[in-house]
Design a protein around this ligand. Structure first.
Ligand code: TYD
Length: 208
């Protein structure tokens, strides 16, 4: 029915917001699926373990990129598309834009190649709506370090995270109709109220 993705730098609080929105939409009578990337399927979860295993220090950047896409292809074909077709609202914590922001802008891999490989992985599927949880990079890292697990991806430097944030803003400029930027520095309940308002409005205006 509708495919909504949640994007943002590490520590932006989007995972909490996905869960709160799912509870809210279910109460409104919608059928909702919550999922995330990398992962979201049994095969995807195995790939996630390979990606985030601290022992895998030898992973080449191209290997990493391909593993994210392998997880995504499985996710699109086995969970996301079938769920949309069955009439669910699919809420996805990170999707294709994460590869463009993290691998493309963050790690500065050739953007044309990144776009091509992402399109291959998604089979051309695009979210109907993408919410960017925007937060100052230092504030995001500070928040994240207070709680949550430390993983291999988290070890990158501040400059990297700044490029990721800037990358997201480039993406918003390229497709402003798909994105809504949300100030994630506000308290979680305030952020959630904004999210609910945006999503309800889209649902009201959606054809199905
Ligand atoms: P995760 O533990 O799910 O954290 P978060 O709450 O930040 O989403 O880790 C996901 C990490 O993987 C995060 O640092 C972003 C990164 N990532 C990529 O680099 N490329 C991708 O395509 C995806 C989906 C995630």
């Amino acid at each position: 029915m509708m495919f909504i993705t949640f994007e943002g730098p590490d520590g932006s609080g989007k995972t909490t917001q996905v869960k709160l929105l799912a509870d809210y939409l279910k109460k409104q009578g919608y059928q909702v699926i919550v999922t995330r990337e990398p992962g979201g399927t049994p095969i995807g979860d195995q790939i996630r373990n390979v990606l985030f295993n601290l022992k895998n220090t030898d992973m080449h950047p191209r290997t990493e990129i391909l593993l994210f896409q392998a997880s995504r292809a499985q996710h699109v074909e086995r969970l996301i598309k079938p769920s949309i077709e069955k009439g669910f609202i699919v809420l996805c914590d990170r999707f294709a834009d994460s590869t463009i922001a993290y691998q493309g802008y963050g790690h500065q891999v050739d953007l044309k190649q990144i776009h091509a490989i992402v399109n291959f992985a998604t089979g051309g599927l695009k979210p109907d709506l993408t919410l960017l949880f925007d937060i100052d990079v230092k504030e995001g890292l500070r928040r994240r370090d207070r709680g949550g697990d430390w993983n291999r991806m988290d070890a990158y430097q501040l400059g990297f995270h700044q490029r990721v944030r800037d990358g997201y803003h480039h993406l918003v400029q390229e497709e402003p109709e798909r994105w809504v930027v949300i100030n994630a520095e506000q308290p979680p309940d305030v952020v959630q109220a904004v999210v609910q308002k945006i999503v309800l409005e889209r649902l009201k205006n959606s054809p199905s």
